[in-house]
Design a protein around this ligand. Sequence first.
Ligand code: SAM
Length: 197
Amino acid sequence: MRPIKYYPKEIAFRATKYLLVLMTGAPKWHIATTYNKDYSAAVISYLNNCLNQNSSVAEIGCGTCDILRPLECSHKIGYDSDPRVLKAASILNAVLFEKIRLYQFDFTNNQSQIKWNFDVVILINWTHEVDINILKNGLITILNQINDGGIIVIDSVKSKDYKFNHNIETLFNGEDVVIDTIFSNKVRDIYSVTPVR
Ligand SMILES: C[S@@+](CC[C@H](N)C(=O)[O-])C[C@H]1O[C@@H](n2cnc3c(N)ncnc32)[C@H](O)[C@@H]1O
């Protein structure tokens, strides 16, 4: 049972996101709020236990920054391939007085144009659209550049409704990494992946 104060907050947030989607033309998926996504809550709570105020976090495919915003650190960067989504995210962040740097970037194009020297790099809820070889190349680029002690947080899906059901062991096959499962439900697993150096 949710506390009573949940409902006005959820209604107001959903209405704001609905308007932003109408204004920017961003896909309707972005109307949904984090409160109803168990996997987002799991990632946020896991990371807030590892981060400190000076930590740096990048999210690739950040959408409207619903995962980035609640993270308790001061250096946050969101990358997304869709300029309409970035527009919606930047308005929402401004309204909520949240400072997140946003950049348009397609991970399938040229992963080396970004220096991945962050403490955390998040890739959630879109890699099921990306071919394994492209994804693997990009992940190796990140692994080689991520800060010492840094982690990649990535999901994989296990449903025929998605284009690719990646296997986490195959994705990081041949790399010296520690993989932990931080969340699991019927369709999705979320992992933290730490390079061993
Ligand atoms: C379903 S949303 C998930 C947003 C956020 N990660 C979350 O879980 O709340 C997927 C986002 O990834 C972005 N995206 C999809 N493919 C991408 C790519 N190749 N590079 C960067 N962003 C991508 C989409 O534009 C969209 O905003």
